[in-house]
Write a protein that binds this ligand. Structure first.
Ligand SMILES: Cc1cc2nc3c(=O)[nH]c(=O)nc-3n(C[C@H](O)[C@H](O)[C@H](O)COP(=O)(O)OP(=O)(O)OC[C@H]3O[C@@H](n4cnc5c(N)ncnc54)[C@H](O)[C@@H]3O)c2cc1C
Ligand SMILES: NC(=O)c1ccc[n+]([C@@H]2O[C@H](COP(=O)([O-])OP(=O)(O)OC[C@H]3O[C@@H](n4cnc5c(N)ncnc54)[C@H](O)[C@@H]3O)[C@@H](O)[C@H]2O)c1
Length: 487
C-alpha cells in the first residue's frame, strides 16, 4: 500500500488512509501531465495507476503503431524516387521492425515513466482506484489490500478509454485481436481481417500489409475513414489497394466463427472473409466501469461530462475533474495533455486563492476543443486535419467558402515522383480567416501545425499572404490556397 518515490501524504490514522492535496486516477498521458503540473505548482499529489505509467499511448497505441508503420513508409518513400528506387532491392525486415517497435515501448517496461513521476515529486500508488464519495478514492493494490486516499483539494479522473466490442453473433466465442494485441504482436500473421476502417483500422491494416500480411478490411461505411472528407477516404482507399489490402465497404457482418488457425466473418451479402487473425477496431469508449461514479451521484455508464475548466458537471463543490479519453472528447494524446494542463492550472489556482478566469483562450479554458483539434492519421497518404468541415461551419452560422486543390508544387514533385495529394481549406468569408484545413498526402503531418496556428490565432488571410512558404516545400500549398482565394 505504500506509495513509491515521493514524500507520503499525511497519514489519516483513524482510517489507515492518506491525504494528499490532489489524487489523480490513471497514469496515462492525461494523468501523468495533471500530476506533474500540479506538483510543480506546489501541491502534494498521489497518482494511482493499475497497469503501466504512460498508459495506452506509450505501450499499445500511438508509439508502437507509428513504429510499425515507419519501416513501410520509409521504403515506399524511397521507391517513389527514381535513383533511390533502384537501391531498394529487398523486402522489409519484419524482425528489425518489431525490434525497433519493442525499443519504442521500452520492452513494455514503464521504469522510465516511473522515474519521471518520482522526479516530479508525485507519489505513485500501483492499484485499481474508484471513487467512494466526496474527495475519497479507494485503491486496491496488486496484493488485494484496500485503502483510502483523501483529497484535500481535488480528485482528477484520467482513466482513458477501452475498445468497444460490436454485438456480432459469435464474436465472443472467437479469439480476436484488439489494438493492444495488434500493436504488440511478435510476428506478422500470414493473413489479417480488420473489422472497422476507422483510424485504428487503417493505420494497423497498412502497417501489417507493408510487413507482408495479406489484409482484408470490413467497414460498415462507404469507404475507409467514413467520418473524414470523401477525398481523404478515396485517396487512402487507392493507397491501401496498392498495398494489397482488399476492402469490403458498406458491409454488414452477420456472424463470426473460427476453426483451427482461422477466423471467418460472414457478410450479409453471403461473402465469407477468412484470415489467420481478426482485428476488431470498431471504436473506443470512456473507461468508467467500476469507477464509483454513482457514489458521487453520476451515471455509471458513458463518458464523464466536463466543462471548459475540466470540472465534472453535476458534482457540486468544485473538487472533481477529468481529463483525456474518459471525458468523451477527442480521443487523442495531445488533446488529453492539453486538457491535463488546463485542469492542473485550475486546481492549483483554486488551491492558492487565484481567480479562475473564464475568457476564451485564457489559461484556464480548453477553448481549442471547440473547433481547433488537430488530428493526424499516420497512414501513407497521411490525413491531417483541423477545425471545421464546411457543413459544420455553415451550421454554426459562418459564411463559408471552401477551396480544394491538389497538392501540386515543386516541393511535392521533388519529394516523390507523381506525388498525389489534396488539400481543403474552409474559410470564413465574413472575417476572412481560416476555419478548417485538411491535407492528404505523403509527409503532410508536419503541415498541420501552420494551420493550427492560423486557426487558433485567427490570422487574417491578408496577413497570411505575407507568410511566404519556402521554396521548394510542401508548404507551397498555402500559396496556392491564397491565390485560389483571390489574393
Ligand atoms: C492503436 C491506437 C493508436 C493511437 N495513436 C494515436 C496517435 O498516434 N496520436 C494520438 O494523439 N492519439 C493516438 N491514440 C489515442 C491515444 O492513445 C489516447 O487518446 C490517449 O492514450 C489518451 O490518454 P489518457 O491518459 O486519457 O488515457 P490512457 O492512455 O488510456 O491512460 C489511462 C490510464 O488509466 C489507467 N486506469 C484506468 N482505470 C483505472 C483505475 N480504475 N485505477 C487506476 N488506473 C486506471 C489505465 O491503466 C491507463 O494507464 C491511439 C489510440 C489507439 C488505440
Ligand atoms: N493517429 C491518431 O491520432 C490515432 C490513431 C488511432 C486511434 N486514434 C484514436 O482512437 C479512436 C478510436 O479509433 P477506432 O478506429 O477504434 O474508432 P473509429 O470510430 O475511428 O472507427 C471505427 C470504425 O469502425 C466502423 N465500424 C463500427 N462498427 C462496425 C461493424 N460492426 N462492422 C464494420 N465496421 C464497423 C465504423 O464505421 C468506423 O469507421 C479514434 O477516434 C482516434 O481518436 C487516434
Amino acid at each position: 500500500m505504500a506509495a513509491t518515490g515521493a514524500e507520503s501524504g499525511e497519514a489519516v490514522a483513524e482510517s489507515g488512509g492518506y491525504e494528499y492535496d490532489v489524487v489523480v486516477v490513471g497514469g496515462g498521458p492525461a494523468g501523468e501531465n495533471v500530476a506533474g503540473r500540479v506538483a510543480a505548482g506546489g501541491l502534494s499529489v498521489a497518482l494511482v495507476e493499475r497497469e503501466r505509467v504512460g498508459g495506452e499511448c506509450s505501450f499499445w497505441a500511438c508509439m508502437p503503431s507509428k513504429a510499425l508503420l515507419r519501416s513501410g513508409h520509409a521504403v515506399t518513400a524511397a521507391r517513389r524516387v527514381d535513383g533511390a528506387r533502384q537501391a531498394v532491392t529487398g523486402d522489409i525486415d519484419v524482425s528489425g521492425t518489431l525490434r525497433r517497435r519493442d525499443s519504442f515501448v521500452d520492452q513494455w517496461d514503464d521504469r522510465r515513466q516511473v522515474d519521471w513521476v518520482h522526479d516530479a515529486g508525485v507519489a505513485l500508488f500501483r492499484g485499481s482506484a474508484w471513487l467512494a464519495g466526496s474527495r475519497e478514492v479507494m485503491v486496491r493494490d496488486p496484493d488485494g489490500t484496500t485503502f483510502s486516499l483523501y483529497a484535500g483539494n481535488a480528485v482528477v479522473l484520467a482513466t482513458g478509454s477501452v475498445p468497444v466490442r460490436p454485438p456480432i453473433p459469435g464474436l465472443d466465442q472467437v479469439d480476436f485481436w484488439d489494438s493492444r494485441a495488434a500493436t504488440s504482436a511478435e510476428r506478422a500473421p500470414e493473413s489479417l481481417a480488420v473489422l472497422g476502417a476507422g483510424v485504428v483500422g487503417v493505420e494497423l491494416a497498412q502497417a501489417w500489409a507493408r510487413l507482408g500480411t495479406h489484409v482484408r478490411m470490413i467497414e460498415s461505411g462507404p469507404r475507409p475513414l467514413p467520418s473524414a472528407p470523401d477525398f481523404a477516404g478515396d485517396l487512402l482507399e487507392a493507397a491501401l489497394r496498392a498495398d494489397g489490402v482488399r476492402l469490403y465497404s458498406d458491409a454488414v457482418v452477420n456472424g463470426v466463427s473460427s476453426t483451427e488457425g482461422s477466423v471467418t466473418l460472414e457478410l450479409a451479402d453471403g461473402t465469407e472473409v477468412s484470415a489467420e487473425r481478426l482485428l476488431v477496431a470498431t471504436g473506443r469508449r470512456a473507461a468508467t466501469g467500476h469507477l464509483g461514479l454513482e457514489s458521487v451521484g453520476l451515471h455509471e455508464e458513458g463518458a464523464v461530462d466536463v466543462n471548459e475548466h475540466g470540472e465534472v458537471r453535476g458534482v457540486p463543490g468544485g473538487w472533481l475533474y477529468a481529463a483525456g479519453d474518459v471525458t468523451g472528447q477527442a480521443q487523442l494524446t495531445h488533446q488529453a495533455k492539453y486538457a491535463a494542463r488546463v485542469v492542473a492550472d485550475v486546481v492549483v489556482a483554486r488551491a492558492t486563492g487565484r481567480h479562475v478566469t473564464t475568457d476564451a483562450f485564457g489559461r484556464y479554458m480548453t477553448s481549442a476543443n471547440r473547433h481547433a483539434v488537430p488530428t493526424v492519421i499516420f497512414t501513407d497518404p497521411a490525413v491531417a486535419q483541423i477545425g471545421y468541415s464546411p457543413e459544420r461551419a455553415e451550421q454554426d452560422g459562418h459564411r463559408v467558402r471552401t477551396i480544394e486543390l491538389d497538392m501540386a508544387s515543386a516541393g511535392a514533385e521533388l519529394r516523390a515522383d507523381g506525388y498525389r495529394g489534396r488539400a481543403r481549406f474552409v474559410i470564413d468569408e465574413r472575417h476572412q480567416v481560416l476555419l478548417g484545413a485538411v491535407f492528404v498526402g505523403q509527409d503532410v503531418a508536419e503541415l498541420l501545425h501552420a494551420a493550427t496556428i492560423a486557426i487558433v490565432g485567427e490570422v487574417p488571410l491578408a496577413r497570411l499572404w505575407h507568410a511566404v512558404p519556402a521554396f521548394p516545400t510542401l508548404s507551397e500549398v498555402w500559396l496556392r490556397l491564397l491565390e485560389s482565394y483571390g489574393l
